[in-house]
Design a protein around this ligand. Structure first.
Ligand SMILES: [Zn+2]
Length: 410
C-alpha cells in the first residue's frame, strides 16, 4: 500500500490546482480541471462504476454494494484545490525514509529548515516515511492526501471482494479553499445518506463541530474638505471606522481566543477621508452567541448612523456556514463509527471543535451530514507542510474500516 500511496500522491501534487477567489468560474482555475479529469480516468481504471464529471467539475463515482444486507450508502469526499495563501506551482515533493527525528533541511541553497524547535510535533514522526516540500511551495497534502487515501481505499476494496460493504459513493470537488466547495455540489445526484470529508490534519483527528460563520462588509462615507477650511464640515470616515471598531470587545479577536471562544476578526481596513471599508468575519460555535454577535455589529452601526446621519454607514451582513454539529448530533452513530474504526486500528481518536469550517459544514445543512477525518498531514497552507506516509496508510485503513463497520452494524 505504501508505494501505491506515494505514487498517487506525488502525481497529484505536481499539478498546480491553486484556487482563485477573483475568478467567477467553477472550478475557479484551469489546473483543477486537469486534476479532476485525471481522477475520472483513474477511477475508471481501478474499477469504480458510475464515474461522472459534471459541468462544474464535480467528480463522482460508485463502489457498488457486495452484501445482501440493507446498508446505508456512505460517501467520502476530498477537494482538489490548494490554498491561496502560498504558491502551489512546481511542487517538488521530497521523500525522507526512516526520519531520524532531527531538523529537516527543505532547501539547502535557500537555507529553509524545518526545525524541531519551531515544530516540536516532528517528534511524533521518528522512524516514519515523510513527504515534504523543497521549501519553495506548499505541498498540497491539503487535500491531495485525502484524494490519495480515498482512491487507494477504493482500489483496495475492489481488489478484496471478501470485505463486505454497502454502496460507497466518492466525490472529488473544486474550490474548497475559497469557501465554494459545496455551492454547486449536487447532493441529490450524490445520493448518500452520510459522508465523511477526508480533509483533517494529524493522526486520529475526527471533527464534527465547526464555527457558525458570517461576513460583514461595512462601508463608511465621509466628507473630504480642504483641511484649511474644514472646521465643522469635514467628516473623516477613517475616524468613524476606528470609533466603530473600538466599540467591539477587544478581547474577542482571533489572537485572544481558543477552544469554543468566538470572535470578531477585522480582515481588512481600507480607508481615505472620503470613504472607508471594513471587512470582518464573525465566528462562534454557539448559534445563540453567533446571532448575538451579528446583532452587536448591527446595533453599533445603528447608533453611529444616529450620531452621524443615516446614510453614513452601510452594513452588508452575510451568513457563510453553520456549525455542522446541529445536523450531526441527531445521527451521532456516524461519529461513533469513525471513532470505532480508528480504535480498531489502534489509533487514538482526537475529537475537537474546528476553529474554522469544512465542506462538511455546508454539506451537513444541505442534507448530507458530513464529519471530517484525518489525512495525516501537518502545517497546511505553507512551505513547512508535510505528511507521514505511515499515517496515510492509517487514514486509508480507517476509510476501509468505516465501510466495513457500516455493513456489520446493518
Ligand atoms: Zn482542506
Amino acid at each position: 500500500m505504501k508505494n501505491e500511496l506515494i505514487e498517487r500522491f506525488t502525481s497529484y501534487v505536481k499539478i498546480d490546482t491553486q484556487s482563485d477567489e477573483s475568478s467567477d468560474t467553477c472550478p475557479s482555475t484551469e489546473g483543477q480541471w486537469e486534476l479532476l479529469r485525471m481522477l475520472v480516468e483513474e477511477l475508471k481504471e481501478i474499477g469504480m462504476e458510475e464515474v461522472t464529471i459534471d459541468e462544474n467539475g464535480y467528480v463522482m463515482a460508485t463502489l457498488p454494494s457486495n452484501t445482501d444486507k440493507e446498508v446505508p450508502t456512505i460517501g467520502f469526499l476530498a477537494h482538489v484545490d490548494t490554498a491561496t495563501d502560498f504558491t502551489g506551482k512546481n511542487v517538488n515533493p521530497q521523500i525522507i525514509e526512516n526520519y531520524d527525528g532531527g531538523d529537516i533541511t527543505l532547501n539547502e541553497a535557500l537555507n529553509v529548515v524545518m526545525s524541531t524547535k519551531d515544530f516540536p510535533n516532528l517528534a511524533n514522526y521518528k522512524g516514519h516515511t515523510l513527504i515534504t516540500t523543497d521549501g519553495t511551495t506548499l505541498l498540497g497534502a491539503d487535500n491531495k492526501a485525502g484524494i490519495t487515501e480515498i482512491m487507494t481505499a477504493m482500489a483496495y476494496l475492489i481488489q478484496h471482494p471478501e470485505i463486505k460493504h454497502g454502496k460507497v459513493r466518492v466525490a472529488f470537488t473544486p474550490d474548497e479553499e475559497i469557501g465554494r466547495g459545496p455551492h454547486k455540489f449536487d447532493v441529490t445526484a450524490f445520493n448518500a445518506k452520510y459522508a465523511y470529508t477526508v480533509d483533517g490534519g494529524p493522526l486520529g483527528e475526527l471533527e464534527y463541530e465547526s464555527f457558525n460563520a458570517a461576513a460583514a462588509k461595512i462601508t463608511i462615507k465621509g466628507n473630504n474638505i480642504h483641511p484649511g477650511s474644514a472646521k465643522d464640515k469635514m467628516v473623516n470616515s477613517m475616524k468613524i471606522a476606528m470609533e466603530l471598531h473600538n466599540q467591539l470587545p477587544a478581547q474577542e479577536a482571533p489572537e485572544h481566543t481558543e477552544g469554543y471562544e468566538g470572535f470578531y476578526h477585522l480582515i481588512s481596513f481600507n480607508g481615505e477621508v472620503e470613504q472607508t471599508q471594513l471587512y470582518y468575519i464573525i465566528r462562534d460555535h454557539d448559534r445563540e452567541k453567533f446571532n448575538q454577535r451579528k446583532a452587536t455589529i448591527e446595533s453599533i452601526v445603528q447608533s453611529l448612523n444616529e450620531k452621524y446621519g443615516n446614510e453614513t454607514i452601510q452594513l452588508e451582513l452575510k451568513d457563510q456556514y453553520y456549525n455542522m454539529r446541529e445536523k450531526i448530533e441527531p445521527v451521532f452513530e456516524i461519529v461513533e463509527i469513525a471513532k470505532q474504526a480508528m480504535e480498531s486500528l489502534d489509533i487514538k481518536p482526537v475529537i475537537k471543535p474546528i476553529r474554522g469550517g469544512t465542506d462538511g459544514s455546508q454539506l451537513s445543512f444541505m442534507g448530507l451530514p458530513t464529519p471530517n477525518i484525518f489525512t495525516g498531514g501537518e502545517n497546511f497552507h505553507g512551505k513547512y507542510e508535510f505528511i507521514s506516509v505511515d499515517n496515510m496508510i492509517k487514514a486509508t485503513k480507517t476509510i476501509i474500516e468505516i465501510t466495513k463497520l457500516f455493513e456489520q452494524k446493518a
